[in-house]
Design a protein around this ligand. Structure first.
Ligand SMILES: [Zn+2]
Length: 83
């Protein structure tokens, strides 16, 4: 029984952390869009296109952020990494 409670607690904690991280990301993104460097360009690692950071699809892979022009490029990039 104690083990079950521990498991539930761990799950709740994990959920809370995830929620906090997601919220933090959204807030930071909003700030970036409003204030500094709205025209900063980032390169899509899959199709090598430059896109504005604001509109790019962001994905964190192994602790590094990658920016993509659309979700298709993101998916292709991840598929390529896997194989
Ligand atoms: Zn692309």
């Amino acid at each position: 029984m104690a083990r079950f409670i521990l498991f539930v607690l761990l799950f709740v904690l994990l959920y809370a952390i995830l929620y906090y991280l997601l919220k933090d990301t959204v807030v930071r993104r909003k700030k970036l869009g409003r204030e500094s460097e709205p025209e900063e360009l980032v390169q899509d690692p899959y199709c090598q296109t430059y896109i504005p950071k604001r509109t790019a699809v962001r994905k964190r892979v192994k602790g590094r952020y990658h920016y993509f022009c659309n979700k298709k490029c993101l998916r292709n990039f991840l598929e390529e990494k896997k194989s």
